[in-house]
Design a protein around this ligand. Structure first.
Ligand code: UDP
Length: 481
Protein backbone atom coordinates (compact mmCIF):
# COMPACT_ATOMS: atom_id res chain seq x y z
CA UNK A 1 0.00 0.00 0.00
CA UNK A 2 1.47 3.37 -1.02
CA UNK A 3 2.08 5.71 1.90
CA UNK A 4 3.28 8.86 0.20
CA UNK A 5 0.59 11.42 -0.63
CA UNK A 6 1.38 14.61 -2.54
CA UNK A 7 -0.93 17.60 -2.81
CA UNK A 8 -0.40 19.50 -6.07
CA UNK A 9 -1.72 23.03 -6.51
CA UNK A 10 -1.10 24.71 -9.89
CA UNK A 11 -2.02 28.21 -10.97
CA UNK A 12 -5.33 27.61 -12.78
CA UNK A 13 -4.11 28.78 -16.19
CA UNK A 14 -3.50 26.40 -19.11
CA UNK A 15 0.32 26.56 -19.35
CA UNK A 16 0.75 25.96 -15.60
CA UNK A 17 -2.00 23.42 -15.27
CA UNK A 18 -0.88 21.27 -18.21
CA UNK A 19 2.64 20.58 -16.99
CA UNK A 20 1.58 20.08 -13.36
CA UNK A 21 -1.12 17.63 -14.40
CA UNK A 22 1.55 15.66 -16.24
CA UNK A 23 3.63 15.72 -13.08
CA UNK A 24 0.61 14.34 -11.19
CA UNK A 25 0.37 11.51 -13.68
CA UNK A 26 4.10 10.78 -13.40
CA UNK A 27 3.76 10.46 -9.62
CA UNK A 28 0.59 8.35 -9.83
CA UNK A 29 2.41 6.07 -12.26
CA UNK A 30 4.75 5.37 -9.34
CA UNK A 31 1.76 4.50 -7.13
CA UNK A 32 2.08 7.68 -5.11
CA UNK A 33 -1.21 9.19 -3.92
CA UNK A 34 -1.78 12.57 -5.51
CA UNK A 35 -4.48 15.10 -4.68
CA UNK A 36 -4.62 17.52 -7.58
CA UNK A 37 -6.39 20.76 -6.68
CA UNK A 38 -8.12 22.55 -9.54
CA UNK A 39 -10.93 25.09 -9.79
CA UNK A 40 -14.54 24.59 -10.90
CA UNK A 41 -14.08 26.30 -14.24
CA UNK A 42 -10.93 24.31 -14.98
CA UNK A 43 -12.55 21.07 -13.87
CA UNK A 44 -15.58 21.63 -16.10
CA UNK A 45 -13.31 22.35 -19.07
CA UNK A 46 -11.12 19.33 -18.36
CA UNK A 47 -14.26 17.18 -18.21
CA UNK A 48 -15.73 18.70 -21.37
CA UNK A 49 -12.67 18.94 -23.62
CA UNK A 50 -10.26 16.54 -21.97
CA UNK A 51 -10.59 13.06 -20.57
CA UNK A 52 -10.19 13.65 -16.87
CA UNK A 53 -12.74 10.96 -16.01
CA UNK A 54 -10.71 8.27 -17.77
CA UNK A 55 -7.54 9.64 -16.21
CA UNK A 56 -8.95 9.22 -12.67
CA UNK A 57 -10.22 5.75 -13.47
CA UNK A 58 -6.85 4.68 -14.81
CA UNK A 59 -4.91 5.79 -11.74
CA UNK A 60 -6.53 4.70 -8.46
CA UNK A 61 -4.09 6.89 -6.49
CA UNK A 62 -4.91 10.09 -8.42
CA UNK A 63 -7.63 12.19 -6.75
CA UNK A 64 -9.08 15.54 -7.79
CA UNK A 65 -10.33 18.22 -5.41
CA UNK A 66 -12.12 21.15 -6.94
CA UNK A 67 -12.34 24.56 -5.28
CA UNK A 68 -14.61 27.46 -6.36
CA UNK A 69 -13.29 30.02 -8.84
CA UNK A 70 -12.30 33.41 -7.59
CA UNK A 71 -13.52 35.34 -10.61
CA UNK A 72 -16.69 35.69 -12.59
CA UNK A 73 -16.68 33.43 -15.67
CA UNK A 74 -18.92 35.91 -17.54
CA UNK A 75 -16.30 38.65 -17.44
CA UNK A 76 -13.03 38.84 -19.33
CA UNK A 77 -10.59 36.19 -18.16
CA UNK A 78 -8.32 37.88 -15.62
CA UNK A 79 -5.30 35.78 -16.51
CA UNK A 80 -4.49 37.66 -19.67
CA UNK A 81 -1.67 40.07 -20.26
CA UNK A 82 -0.42 42.38 -17.56
CA UNK A 83 -3.35 41.51 -15.30
CA UNK A 84 -1.93 38.09 -14.58
CA UNK A 85 -0.31 39.43 -11.35
CA UNK A 86 -3.68 40.42 -9.88
CA UNK A 87 -5.11 37.09 -10.88
CA UNK A 88 -2.33 35.16 -9.12
CA UNK A 89 -2.63 37.22 -5.94
CA UNK A 90 -6.40 36.91 -5.73
CA UNK A 91 -6.28 33.18 -6.53
CA UNK A 92 -3.79 32.63 -3.71
CA UNK A 93 -5.88 34.58 -1.18
CA UNK A 94 -9.05 32.85 -2.27
CA UNK A 95 -7.54 29.34 -2.28
CA UNK A 96 -5.89 29.48 1.12
CA UNK A 97 -8.86 28.45 3.33
CA UNK A 98 -9.81 25.68 0.88
CA UNK A 99 -6.26 24.33 0.89
CA UNK A 100 -6.20 24.43 4.66
CA UNK A 101 -9.43 22.48 4.73
CA UNK A 102 -8.12 19.84 2.32
CA UNK A 103 -4.80 19.54 4.15
CA UNK A 104 -5.91 19.72 7.73
CA UNK A 105 -9.55 18.67 7.98
CA UNK A 106 -10.39 16.32 5.12
CA UNK A 107 -9.19 12.76 5.47
CA UNK A 108 -10.62 9.99 3.35
CA UNK A 109 -10.51 6.44 4.65
CA UNK A 110 -7.88 4.34 2.89
CA UNK A 111 -5.91 7.38 1.71
CA UNK A 112 -2.81 8.35 3.68
CA UNK A 113 -2.45 11.88 5.04
CA UNK A 114 -0.76 14.40 2.76
CA UNK A 115 3.00 13.97 3.24
CA UNK A 116 4.31 16.54 0.76
CA UNK A 117 3.04 19.70 -0.98
CA UNK A 118 4.04 20.58 -4.53
CA UNK A 119 2.80 24.10 -5.09
CA UNK A 120 3.13 26.29 -8.16
CA UNK A 121 6.14 28.42 -7.18
CA UNK A 122 4.43 31.51 -8.60
CA UNK A 123 2.26 31.54 -5.44
CA UNK A 124 5.34 32.26 -3.31
CA UNK A 125 4.78 31.56 0.38
CA UNK A 126 1.12 30.47 -0.01
CA UNK A 127 1.52 27.01 1.58
CA UNK A 128 4.59 27.63 3.76
CA UNK A 129 2.69 27.80 7.04
CA UNK A 130 0.66 24.67 6.21
CA UNK A 131 3.85 22.74 5.47
CA UNK A 132 5.43 23.98 8.70
CA UNK A 133 2.33 23.18 10.74
CA UNK A 134 2.04 19.65 9.32
CA UNK A 135 5.84 19.18 9.27
CA UNK A 136 5.89 18.05 5.68
CA UNK A 137 8.15 19.18 2.84
CA UNK A 138 7.07 21.98 0.53
CA UNK A 139 8.34 21.81 -3.04
CA UNK A 140 7.98 24.76 -5.40
CA UNK A 141 7.37 23.85 -9.03
CA UNK A 142 8.07 26.66 -11.49
CA UNK A 143 6.55 26.17 -14.92
CA UNK A 144 8.73 28.79 -16.67
CA UNK A 145 12.21 28.27 -18.11
CA UNK A 146 15.16 28.25 -15.72
CA UNK A 147 16.68 31.19 -17.58
CA UNK A 148 13.58 33.25 -16.77
CA UNK A 149 13.51 32.12 -13.14
CA UNK A 150 17.19 33.01 -12.86
CA UNK A 151 16.68 36.40 -14.50
CA UNK A 152 14.04 37.30 -11.89
CA UNK A 153 16.32 36.02 -9.18
CA UNK A 154 19.16 38.28 -10.40
CA UNK A 155 17.08 41.48 -10.68
CA UNK A 156 18.23 42.84 -7.27
CA UNK A 157 21.87 42.43 -8.37
CA UNK A 158 21.15 44.16 -11.70
CA UNK A 159 19.51 47.04 -9.83
CA UNK A 160 22.55 47.25 -7.53
CA UNK A 161 24.98 47.55 -10.39
CA UNK A 162 22.67 49.99 -12.21
CA UNK A 163 21.98 47.73 -15.17
CA UNK A 164 18.29 48.05 -14.31
CA UNK A 165 15.83 49.74 -14.57
CA UNK A 166 15.50 49.97 -18.33
CA UNK A 167 15.31 53.66 -19.16
CA UNK A 168 13.06 53.63 -22.20
CA UNK A 169 12.64 52.51 -25.79
CA UNK A 170 16.11 53.86 -26.72
CA UNK A 171 17.67 51.63 -24.05
CA UNK A 172 16.25 48.33 -25.32
CA UNK A 173 19.37 47.17 -27.19
CA UNK A 174 21.75 47.79 -24.29
CA UNK A 175 23.59 44.61 -23.33
CA UNK A 176 23.19 43.24 -19.80
CA UNK A 177 26.68 42.35 -18.58
CA UNK A 178 26.29 41.15 -15.02
CA UNK A 179 23.81 38.29 -15.16
CA UNK A 180 25.78 35.27 -13.87
CA UNK A 181 25.76 32.46 -16.41
CA UNK A 182 24.36 34.77 -19.12
CA UNK A 183 27.05 37.48 -19.25
CA UNK A 184 26.72 39.74 -22.33
CA UNK A 185 24.00 37.55 -23.81
CA UNK A 186 20.81 39.49 -23.16
CA UNK A 187 19.75 42.88 -24.42
CA UNK A 188 17.27 44.77 -22.27
CA UNK A 189 14.54 43.66 -24.69
CA UNK A 190 15.38 40.00 -23.96
CA UNK A 191 14.70 40.24 -20.24
CA UNK A 192 11.34 38.89 -19.00
CA UNK A 193 8.75 41.39 -20.25
CA UNK A 194 7.89 42.67 -16.79
CA UNK A 195 11.34 44.32 -16.65
CA UNK A 196 10.14 46.76 -19.35
CA UNK A 197 9.25 50.30 -18.37
CA UNK A 198 5.53 51.14 -18.28
CA UNK A 199 4.46 47.62 -17.38
CA UNK A 200 1.14 47.96 -15.58
CA UNK A 201 1.25 47.61 -11.82
CA UNK A 202 4.36 46.60 -9.96
CA UNK A 203 4.60 43.17 -11.40
CA UNK A 204 8.39 43.01 -11.63
CA UNK A 205 8.87 43.67 -7.92
CA UNK A 206 6.15 41.14 -7.25
CA UNK A 207 7.67 38.46 -9.52
CA UNK A 208 11.14 38.94 -8.02
CA UNK A 209 9.73 38.68 -4.51
CA UNK A 210 7.83 35.49 -5.35
CA UNK A 211 10.86 33.99 -7.06
CA UNK A 212 13.07 34.63 -4.05
CA UNK A 213 10.45 33.09 -1.77
CA UNK A 214 11.37 29.75 -3.34
CA UNK A 215 14.55 29.96 -1.25
CA UNK A 216 12.38 29.09 1.74
CA UNK A 217 10.89 26.00 0.10
CA UNK A 218 12.44 22.61 0.84
CA UNK A 219 13.08 21.98 -2.84
CA UNK A 220 12.58 23.54 -6.26
CA UNK A 221 11.44 21.73 -9.40
CA UNK A 222 11.73 22.87 -13.01
CA UNK A 223 10.46 21.59 -16.32
CA UNK A 224 13.81 21.63 -18.09
CA UNK A 225 16.87 19.45 -18.66
CA UNK A 226 20.60 19.72 -18.07
CA UNK A 227 21.70 19.74 -21.70
CA UNK A 228 19.32 22.61 -22.43
CA UNK A 229 19.94 24.98 -19.52
CA UNK A 230 23.02 23.53 -17.80
CA UNK A 231 24.92 26.81 -17.37
CA UNK A 232 21.96 28.53 -15.70
CA UNK A 233 21.18 25.47 -13.59
CA UNK A 234 24.70 25.34 -12.23
CA UNK A 235 24.32 28.98 -11.10
CA UNK A 236 20.99 28.18 -9.51
CA UNK A 237 22.41 25.13 -7.77
CA UNK A 238 24.49 27.47 -5.59
CA UNK A 239 21.29 28.87 -4.08
CA UNK A 240 18.93 25.92 -4.39
CA UNK A 241 20.71 22.79 -3.12
CA UNK A 242 17.64 20.62 -3.73
CA UNK A 243 16.88 21.30 -7.36
CA UNK A 244 14.95 18.75 -9.41
CA UNK A 245 14.96 19.16 -13.20
CA UNK A 246 12.64 16.60 -14.70
CA UNK A 247 11.76 17.99 -18.14
CA UNK A 248 10.64 17.93 -20.79
CA UNK A 249 7.78 16.62 -18.66
CA UNK A 250 5.42 15.70 -21.50
CA UNK A 251 8.08 13.53 -23.11
CA UNK A 252 9.23 12.17 -19.78
CA UNK A 253 5.69 10.99 -19.10
CA UNK A 254 5.52 9.29 -22.49
CA UNK A 255 8.74 7.38 -21.80
CA UNK A 256 7.76 6.29 -18.28
CA UNK A 257 4.33 5.25 -19.50
CA UNK A 258 5.85 3.19 -22.28
CA UNK A 259 8.01 1.46 -19.67
CA UNK A 260 5.05 0.68 -17.48
CA UNK A 261 2.95 -0.42 -20.43
CA UNK A 262 4.95 -3.61 -20.19
CA UNK A 263 2.70 -4.34 -17.22
CA UNK A 264 -0.54 -2.59 -18.16
CA UNK A 265 -1.92 -0.55 -20.98
CA UNK A 266 -2.34 3.14 -20.18
CA UNK A 267 -3.77 5.41 -22.87
CA UNK A 268 -2.52 8.90 -23.70
CA UNK A 269 -4.79 11.48 -22.11
CA UNK A 270 -5.36 14.75 -23.87
CA UNK A 271 -6.31 16.77 -20.80
CA UNK A 272 -7.22 19.74 -22.92
CA UNK A 273 -8.96 22.90 -21.74
CA UNK A 274 -10.08 23.73 -25.28
CA UNK A 275 -12.06 21.97 -27.99
CA UNK A 276 -9.33 20.23 -29.99
CA UNK A 277 -9.87 20.28 -33.76
CA UNK A 278 -8.20 17.15 -35.09
CA UNK A 279 -9.24 17.81 -38.69
CA UNK A 280 -5.84 19.41 -39.20
CA UNK A 281 -4.17 15.99 -38.92
CA UNK A 282 -5.92 14.78 -42.06
CA UNK A 283 -4.95 18.04 -43.78
CA UNK A 284 -1.31 17.55 -42.74
CA UNK A 285 -1.39 14.03 -44.21
CA UNK A 286 -1.99 15.58 -47.60
CA UNK A 287 1.00 17.99 -47.41
CA UNK A 288 4.57 17.21 -48.54
CA UNK A 289 7.24 16.48 -45.95
CA UNK A 290 8.60 19.51 -44.07
CA UNK A 291 6.46 21.90 -46.12
CA UNK A 292 4.15 23.38 -43.45
CA UNK A 293 4.82 26.15 -40.97
CA UNK A 294 2.69 25.67 -37.86
CA UNK A 295 1.58 28.97 -36.27
CA UNK A 296 0.34 29.16 -32.69
CA UNK A 297 0.64 31.76 -29.96
CA UNK A 298 -0.63 29.60 -27.12
CA UNK A 299 -3.62 29.95 -24.86
CA UNK A 300 -3.60 33.58 -23.77
CA UNK A 301 -1.69 35.78 -26.23
CA UNK A 302 -3.74 38.74 -27.42
CA UNK A 303 -2.83 40.10 -30.85
CA UNK A 304 -3.70 43.54 -32.26
CA UNK A 305 -5.72 43.29 -35.43
CA UNK A 306 -3.09 45.17 -37.44
CA UNK A 307 -0.38 42.73 -36.24
CA UNK A 308 -2.57 39.76 -37.08
CA UNK A 309 -2.98 41.13 -40.60
CA UNK A 310 0.80 41.72 -40.98
CA UNK A 311 1.48 38.11 -39.98
CA UNK A 312 -1.28 36.83 -42.23
CA UNK A 313 0.01 38.81 -45.24
CA UNK A 314 3.57 37.65 -44.51
CA UNK A 315 2.51 34.00 -44.36
CA UNK A 316 0.51 34.22 -47.57
CA UNK A 317 3.27 36.15 -49.37
CA UNK A 318 5.88 33.59 -48.30
CA UNK A 319 4.02 31.11 -50.53
CA UNK A 320 4.56 28.43 -47.90
CA UNK A 321 1.81 26.18 -46.57
CA UNK A 322 0.65 27.07 -43.08
CA UNK A 323 -1.51 25.71 -40.29
CA UNK A 324 -2.59 28.49 -37.94
CA UNK A 325 -4.20 28.20 -34.51
CA UNK A 326 -6.42 31.27 -34.32
CA UNK A 327 -8.30 31.14 -31.02
CA UNK A 328 -11.67 32.90 -31.29
CA UNK A 329 -10.51 35.39 -28.62
CA UNK A 330 -7.04 36.05 -30.02
CA UNK A 331 -7.72 39.57 -31.36
CA UNK A 332 -7.60 42.53 -28.99
CA UNK A 333 -10.64 44.81 -28.66
CA UNK A 334 -12.73 44.29 -31.76
CA UNK A 335 -13.03 47.38 -33.98
CA UNK A 336 -15.88 46.05 -36.11
CA UNK A 337 -13.44 45.57 -38.96
CA UNK A 338 -13.52 41.89 -39.79
CA UNK A 339 -12.61 42.31 -43.44
CA UNK A 340 -10.02 39.95 -44.82
CA UNK A 341 -8.36 41.19 -48.04
CA UNK A 342 -9.21 38.99 -51.04
CA UNK A 343 -5.59 38.03 -51.74
CA UNK A 344 -5.13 36.87 -48.14
CA UNK A 345 -8.33 34.85 -48.28
CA UNK A 346 -7.30 33.26 -51.55
CA UNK A 347 -3.75 32.47 -50.36
CA UNK A 348 -5.20 30.85 -47.24
CA UNK A 349 -7.64 28.78 -49.27
CA UNK A 350 -4.82 27.57 -51.50
CA UNK A 351 -2.12 26.83 -48.95
CA UNK A 352 -3.43 27.38 -45.43
CA UNK A 353 -5.66 25.95 -42.77
CA UNK A 354 -6.96 27.79 -39.71
CA UNK A 355 -8.20 25.97 -36.61
CA UNK A 356 -9.36 27.14 -33.18
CA UNK A 357 -7.14 24.76 -31.18
CA UNK A 358 -4.85 22.01 -32.45
CA UNK A 359 -3.42 18.80 -30.98
CA UNK A 360 -0.07 20.60 -30.79
CA UNK A 361 2.23 17.74 -29.80
CA UNK A 362 0.84 15.58 -32.63
CA UNK A 363 1.04 18.45 -35.10
CA UNK A 364 4.68 19.15 -34.30
CA UNK A 365 5.52 15.46 -34.53
CA UNK A 366 3.96 15.23 -38.01
CA UNK A 367 6.43 14.87 -40.87
CA UNK A 368 4.71 17.58 -42.91
CA UNK A 369 5.64 20.25 -40.35
CA UNK A 370 8.95 22.01 -41.02
CA UNK A 371 8.74 25.05 -38.76
CA UNK A 372 6.91 26.55 -35.77
CA UNK A 373 5.96 30.22 -35.62
CA UNK A 374 5.54 30.52 -31.85
CA UNK A 375 5.10 32.96 -28.96
CA UNK A 376 7.64 30.85 -27.03
CA UNK A 377 5.51 29.96 -24.06
CA UNK A 378 7.73 27.50 -22.20
CA UNK A 379 5.53 24.49 -22.96
CA UNK A 380 5.41 25.31 -26.65
CA UNK A 381 9.16 25.85 -26.71
CA UNK A 382 9.68 22.42 -25.15
CA UNK A 383 7.11 20.88 -27.54
CA UNK A 384 9.21 22.19 -30.41
CA UNK A 385 12.52 21.09 -28.87
CA UNK A 386 11.22 17.54 -28.37
CA UNK A 387 9.84 17.37 -31.91
CA UNK A 388 13.06 18.79 -33.42
CA UNK A 389 11.18 21.58 -35.22
CA UNK A 390 12.97 24.95 -35.80
CA UNK A 391 11.19 28.11 -34.63
CA UNK A 392 10.33 31.66 -35.57
CA UNK A 393 9.89 33.45 -32.27
CA UNK A 394 7.36 36.20 -31.68
CA UNK A 395 7.20 36.55 -27.89
CA UNK A 396 4.23 38.22 -26.25
CA UNK A 397 5.07 38.51 -22.53
CA UNK A 398 6.55 37.03 -19.33
CA UNK A 399 9.33 34.47 -19.91
CA UNK A 400 8.71 34.41 -23.67
CA UNK A 401 11.14 37.31 -24.31
CA UNK A 402 14.09 35.49 -22.74
CA UNK A 403 13.08 32.06 -24.11
CA UNK A 404 13.20 33.42 -27.65
CA UNK A 405 16.70 34.87 -27.06
CA UNK A 406 17.88 31.43 -25.98
CA UNK A 407 16.21 29.80 -29.00
CA UNK A 408 17.99 32.05 -31.45
CA UNK A 409 21.32 32.87 -29.79
CA UNK A 410 22.15 29.98 -27.45
CA UNK A 411 20.51 26.90 -28.91
CA UNK A 412 20.50 28.18 -32.53
CA UNK A 413 17.10 26.64 -33.12
CA UNK A 414 15.55 29.48 -35.09
CA UNK A 415 15.00 33.19 -35.62
CA UNK A 416 13.81 35.83 -33.16
CA UNK A 417 11.26 38.34 -34.49
CA UNK A 418 10.75 40.00 -31.11
CA UNK A 419 9.25 43.51 -31.07
CA UNK A 420 8.73 43.55 -34.83
CA UNK A 421 5.57 42.79 -36.76
CA UNK A 422 5.93 43.51 -40.43
CA UNK A 423 4.70 41.44 -43.37
CA UNK A 424 8.06 41.65 -45.19
CA UNK A 425 9.96 40.43 -42.14
CA UNK A 426 7.49 37.57 -41.66
CA UNK A 427 7.81 36.57 -45.31
CA UNK A 428 11.62 36.65 -45.17
CA UNK A 429 11.87 34.76 -41.89
CA UNK A 430 9.49 32.04 -43.07
CA UNK A 431 11.59 31.57 -46.18
CA UNK A 432 14.86 31.66 -44.26
CA UNK A 433 13.60 29.04 -41.82
CA UNK A 434 11.88 26.79 -44.34
CA UNK A 435 14.23 27.16 -47.33
CA UNK A 436 17.48 29.16 -47.23
CA UNK A 437 18.74 28.16 -43.77
CA UNK A 438 16.65 25.04 -43.44
CA UNK A 439 19.53 22.54 -43.17
CA UNK A 440 21.38 24.55 -40.52
CA UNK A 441 18.33 24.90 -38.27
CA UNK A 442 17.14 21.36 -38.82
CA UNK A 443 20.52 19.99 -37.83
CA UNK A 444 20.61 21.83 -34.49
CA UNK A 445 16.93 21.11 -33.83
CA UNK A 446 17.43 17.39 -34.40
CA UNK A 447 20.53 17.32 -32.21
CA UNK A 448 18.64 19.07 -29.39
CA UNK A 449 15.69 16.69 -29.81
CA UNK A 450 18.07 13.77 -29.31
CA UNK A 451 19.45 15.33 -26.13
CA UNK A 452 15.90 15.96 -24.87
CA UNK A 453 15.04 12.34 -25.49
CA UNK A 454 18.23 11.13 -23.83
CA UNK A 455 17.55 13.21 -20.73
CA UNK A 456 14.29 11.37 -19.98
CA UNK A 457 15.47 7.85 -20.68
CA UNK A 458 17.16 5.63 -18.05
CA UNK A 459 20.55 7.12 -17.13
CA UNK A 460 19.55 10.58 -18.43
CA UNK A 461 19.66 13.67 -16.19
CA UNK A 462 15.90 14.25 -15.91
CA UNK A 463 15.17 10.56 -15.51
CA UNK A 464 17.64 10.32 -12.62
CA UNK A 465 16.39 13.57 -11.11
CA UNK A 466 12.83 12.24 -11.07
CA UNK A 467 14.03 9.03 -9.38
CA UNK A 468 15.70 11.22 -6.74
CA UNK A 469 12.50 13.19 -6.31
CA UNK A 470 10.49 10.02 -5.76
CA UNK A 471 13.01 8.91 -3.15
CA UNK A 472 12.77 12.26 -1.41
CA UNK A 473 8.96 12.18 -1.38
CA UNK A 474 8.85 8.59 -0.16
CA UNK A 475 11.42 9.08 2.58
CA UNK A 476 9.55 12.19 3.79
CA UNK A 477 6.37 10.14 4.03
CA UNK A 478 8.14 7.36 5.96
CA UNK A 479 9.26 9.90 8.52
CA UNK A 480 5.70 11.18 8.70
CA UNK A 481 3.87 7.85 9.04
N1 UDP B 1 -1.46 23.90 -27.17
C1 UDP B 1 -2.26 22.96 -27.78
N2 UDP B 1 -2.93 23.32 -28.90
C2 UDP B 1 -2.83 24.56 -29.45
C3 UDP B 1 -2.00 25.50 -28.83
C4 UDP B 1 -1.31 25.15 -27.68
O1 UDP B 1 -2.37 21.82 -27.32
O2 UDP B 1 -3.49 24.79 -30.47
C5 UDP B 1 -0.79 23.53 -25.90
C6 UDP B 1 0.70 23.38 -26.04
O3 UDP B 1 1.05 22.05 -26.36
C7 UDP B 1 1.19 23.81 -24.67
C8 UDP B 1 0.14 24.78 -24.16
O4 UDP B 1 -1.00 24.59 -24.98
O5 UDP B 1 1.24 22.68 -23.81
C9 UDP B 1 0.58 26.23 -24.27
O6 UDP B 1 1.46 26.49 -23.24
P1 UDP B 1 2.62 27.55 -23.40
O7 UDP B 1 3.41 27.52 -22.13
O8 UDP B 1 3.38 27.33 -24.62
O9 UDP B 1 1.87 28.93 -23.60
P2 UDP B 1 0.70 29.67 -22.81
O10 UDP B 1 -0.56 29.10 -23.30
O11 UDP B 1 0.93 29.45 -21.35
O12 UDP B 1 0.89 31.10 -23.24
Amino acid sequence: MAKAHVLIFPLPLPGHLGSMLKLAELLALDNIHVTFVDTENIHIRLTRFGDIQELSECYPTLHFKTIPDCYDEEGEHPGFGDRVGDFITSTAQHAKPFLRDILVSQHSPGIPKVSCIIQDGIFGALSSDFAAELRIPLIHFRTVSSCCFWAYFCVPKLLDCKELPIKGEEDMDRIIRNMPGMENLLRCRDLPSFCRPNTEGNFLEWAVFRTRQSLAADALMLNTFEDLEGSVLSQMGQHFPKLYTIGPIHHHLKIRKAESNKAKDIPTFKNSLFQVDRSCMAWLEAQPQGSVIYVSFGSSTIVKREDLMEIWHGLVNSKKRFLWVMRPDIVAAKDNDDRIPAEVEEGTRERGLIVGWAPQEDVLAHKAVGGFFTHNGWNSTLDSVVAGVPMICWPYFADQQINSRFVSEVWKLGLDMKDVCDRHVVEKMVNDLMVHRKEEFLKSAQEMAMLAHKSVTPGGSSYSSFDDLIQYIKSASKEKN
